[in-house]
Design a protein around this ligand. Sequence first.
Ligand SMILES: Nc1ncnc2c1ncn2[C@@H]1O[C@H](COP(=O)(O)OP(=O)(O)OP(=O)(O)O)[C@@H](O)[C@H]1O
Ligand SMILES: [Mg+2]
Length: 286
Amino acid sequence: MIEVHHLTHVYNEGTPWEIKALEHISFRLARGECLGIIGESGSGKSTLAHHLAGLLSPTLGSVLVDGADIYHAQGGREMRKKMGLIFQSPAEQLFEESVLKEISFGLRQRENLRPGEIEERVKGVCRELHPPLEYLMDRSPFELSQGERVMVIIASVLISKPEILVFDEPCAGLDPEYRSNILHQMEMLRRSKKTLIILSNQIKGVIHLFDRVMFLHQGKIISCGKLQDLLVSGDLDRRVTDLLPPLARMLINLREKGIKVIPSLDPPSSISLEIHRLLEKKQKDQ
Ligand SMILES: Nc1ncnc2c1ncn2[C@@H]1O[C@H](COP(=O)(O)OP(=O)(O)OP(=O)(O)O)[C@@H](O)[C@H]1O
Ligand SMILES: [Mg+2]
């Protein structure tokens, strides 16, 4: 269980360059849940991702994982092992001379394993990836495509068996083939009941993964819940509307014109049937 209480982060506090990146962010996440965090550039997503992984000290508030403060708790290092963060622009994190060494780096630092065991663990995690990465083991990470590099980083995080995974803009800058590979990977993790937090500047293409979605704007939560419930309640902040996929925007526009379509987002054909039904009813009523 993750609990975030009034998390506030101010960069360069007390200087002319002070920036309030997060303000009183509070939410809870149960084990096995998938939370989407959507916000435009500069809304504070990466700052929040770093806090969730225990890499930043809050200016105010706290992040608790299973009841213990991830940044301040004693044994914090053990706790941080529960969290796996796939950083934004992960390709920039690569530094080893081979994919095998890159993926096993954390393992070699933390655990006293024989080289054979390490190789087995790396191959094991690579076999589970989509597509499997075993064929890349001896290559230099710097020779790989952007999409392959992201997969290497995902493998290097998964190898430590974290309970909670945080993806910061996992699909940014990838071609459609690798975007679909990463999405597939996140779907598999979701199915295996991993707790997932996915941060993105757009909801398109990832919404189906989320149990709940939280919208960030200038460091504040402006909406949070199941998208379906948010659409039914009709009290979505205008700023959220701009971040929604076209279908959801259409539902909101119809609602504003007095046409209340039951927002079943999946499949979209059910919405067109509902519109058809409403139009027929309207014609009969006239
Ligand atoms: N190390 C830093 N020092 C000072 N200000 C920072 C630092 N990192 C981020 N900021 C500022 O904090 C705010 C939030 O930045 P953050 O990177 O968390 O947003 P983001 O939603 O991840 O943006 P993007 O979608 O562009 O990655 C921005 O105004 C940014 O300029
Ligand atoms: Mg970011």
